[in-house]
Design a protein around this ligand. Structure first.
Ligand code: 13P
Length: 258
């Protein structure tokens, strides 16, 4: 069975005092989180240490981005191995993920699929799991090119990986037109794309790999629509932006699986 994941992408929000308060509230609510759901938070990198160490609840964490290079003269960048070295606990490791190719990085930092493939490689070499983001723009959906776009993003960013490595990848489908807009993809639209992504994985690798890959939906996902989205057979959880900034709404989403 594949993992159910509810992940919160904080983007560039919160300061240290907010993080401390957030983690305190999350701890208080943590007994209500279903035990079969993995809860992950992606804070700004400077708060990773806090998020990784300040809860009693076994919260998983991840970075929002990493460098495509191993090390060297890349001012402002953080390497995958630096991220990995922040949490050396073998058995209780919490810092386990990193987002790759969020649409805001594709859009504002011109990140292309080929560069993202290098980030994926760096993360896997450091034993971190990439959460690879894909999704079409409004124009691409309106011209019915959503499958073509997502296929290209996934093929170029991930399908160079051998099967054993691909099994450490999580995919997040986030239609750009649904991010931060309050417009959610309908559960049918989301299911259709998730099933399509799974079929691409099956074609590239095999049915076991396709069936064991977690595919998350992101884009205005919140407590009021998570149930319907998570009820779809190919939706394994969510990557939540705005609704993850308050522990109560975020935790509510973890209860949305049937
Ligand atoms: P919203 O949930 O705010 O639409 O953001 C989704 C997102 O971009 C998560 O990565």
């Amino acid at each position: 069975m594949r993992k159910k994941i509810v992940a919160g992408n904080w983007k560039m929000n919160m300061h240290d005092i907010d993080v401390i308060q957030y983690l305190k509230e999350l701890d208080e609510l943590s007994s209500t989180i279903p035990t079969d759901v993995e809860v992950v938070v992606f804070p700004p990198a400077i708060y990773l240490d806090m998020v990784t160490n300040l809860t009693d609840y076994e919260l998983k964490s991840g970075a929002q981005d990493c460098s495509a290079n191993e090390n060297g003269a890349y001012t402002g960048e953080i390497s995958a191995s630096m991220l990995a070295s922040m949490d050396n606990e073998e058995e209780t490791k919490r810092l386990t993920y990193c987002l790759v190719g969020h649409s805001e990085r594709r859009q504002y930092h011109n990140e292309m699929n080929e560069l993202l493939a290098s980030k994926v490689n760096q993360l896997l070499a450091s034993k971190l799991m990439p959460v690879y983001c894909c999704g079409e723009s409004k124009e691409e959906r309106e011209s019915n090119n959503q499958e073509k776009v997502v296929k290209s993003q996934i093929t170029k960013g991930l399908f160079h990986l051998p099967k054993e490595k691909f099994s450490n990848v999580v995919i997040a489908y986030e239609p750009v037109w649904a991010i931060g807009t309050g417009l959610t993809a309908t559960s049918e639209q989301a299911q259709e794309m998730h099933a399509y992504i799974r079929s691409l994985i099956e074609e590239q690798y095999d049915v076991e790999t396709a069936n064991s890959t977690s595919i998350l939906y992101g884009g205005s996902c919140k407590p009021s629509n998570a149930k319907e989205l998570f009820a779809q057979p190919d939706i394994d959880g969510g990557l939540i932006g705005g609704a993850s900034l308050k522990p109560d709404s975020f935790i509510e989403i973890t209860k949305a699986f049937n």
